[in-house]
Write a protein that binds this ligand. Structure first.
Ligand SMILES: O=C(O)CCC(=O)C(=O)O
Ligand SMILES: [Fe+2]
Length: 306
């Protein structure tokens, strides 16, 4: 079976195997893990090993990449924004722009020497997978498969590589606070459990670790484009006291300046546009001036009279 087709069928099969209501479909997508993604275990392992070696470097080797500027294409840090966070989170991260790879890879860490090549291979593979998933989502909404094709080809990809060290008091700490991702989809690779998502009843649910699987999380751009048929996933990261956890969050989005709004095919008299338009740049502007734990960005886009 062709990869794209099998991904589509994963979505559709689950849609029909549950109660035929919108919520059931969303419920499934909140929990989506993809196993038939076509990214080899060697590519995944090499990327994980390279990232582990990067985080194991002495602090002063990483410090020259520290920045609180959210627009910086390569940024190392702890917490979310170390200088403004009122609560610090138990996380180190390196974030880098990743698409088109040749535009950015020279800025990526040069130590360990394998980092660029190995993480670069993984980033390119997730870009291909993202395109397939967006096609499946567009079709599931009754839109053309290539509805967002151009925007995805030219779109942005930020790879957030997160390291959550073992924490002596995990019950009073978090690796990341509750948030949803701004983009279209996030493709997430976790080395062990730790991610939790908020379900329809507002309970935190642990996302199980499945060897070889990639977690697919819906972001704010898909919620807006689908006019609320899909909802972006609120998630947070817990930590543990026994071992370090590594995750790769590949954050995909439309190009930085491109505004997304509800698809006209999904807007009608009975279902008017429920959100205003926004771009990735608008989100960056918001996050640099606001605390996302106080108010979600997507809440600022909802039309008030609906
Ligand atoms: O580490 C994780 O499981 C999630 C990371 C995440 O949510 C993010 O980087 O936006
Ligand atoms: Fe996230």
């Amino acid at each position: 079976m062709k990869k794209t087709k099998s991904l589509v069928s994963v979505f559709i099969e689950d849609k029909t195997s549950r109660e035929p209501c919108e919520d059931a479909y969303l419920h499934f997508l909140h929990r989506c893990q993809v196993i038939n993604h076509g990214i080899s275990s060697a590519v995944v392992k090499d990327a994980q090993d390279s990232a582990t070696r990067f985080f194991d470097l002495p602090a002063d080797e990483k410090m020259h990449l520290v920045s609180d500027n959210f627009q910086e294409p390569v940024r190392y840090g702890t917490s979310i924004n170390h200088s403004t966070d009122r609560v610090h989170y138990w996380r180190d991260f390196i974030k880098h722009y990743s698409h088109p790879l040749s535009n950015w890879i020279n800025l990526w860490p040069s130590n360990p020497p394998c980092y660029k090549e190995k993480v670069g291979k993984y980033a390119e593979a997730t870009h291909v997978l993202h395109k397939q998933l967006i096609e499946a989502i567009s079709e599931s909404l009754g839109l053309e498969k290539n509805y967002l094709q151009e925007e995805i080809e030219e779109g942005s990809q930020v790879m957030a590589v997160n390291c959550y060290p073992a924490c002596p008091e995990p019950e009073i700490a978090l690796g990341m606070p509750p948030h949803s991702d701004y983009g279209s989809l996030t493709i997430l690779l976790q080395s062990s459990e730790g991610l939790q998502i908020k379900d329809c009843n507002n309970n935190w649910v642990c996302v199980p670790y499945i060897e070889g699987a990639l977690i697919v999380q819906l972001g704010d751009q898909v919620e807006v484009m689908s006019n609320g048929i899909y909802k972006s996933v609120v998630h947070r990261v817990t930590v543990n006291k026994d071992y370090k956890r590594l995750s790769f969050a590949s954050l995909h989005s439309l190009p930085m300046h491109k505004k997304i709004s509800p698809a006209t095919q999904l807007v009608n008299e009975n279902k008017p546009a429920a959100y205003g338009e926004f771009s990735f740049n608008d989100f960056l502007d918001y996050i640099s001036r606001n605390d996302i734990t106080q108010k979600r960005f997507i809440d600022t886009l909802r039309k008030k009279n609906l």
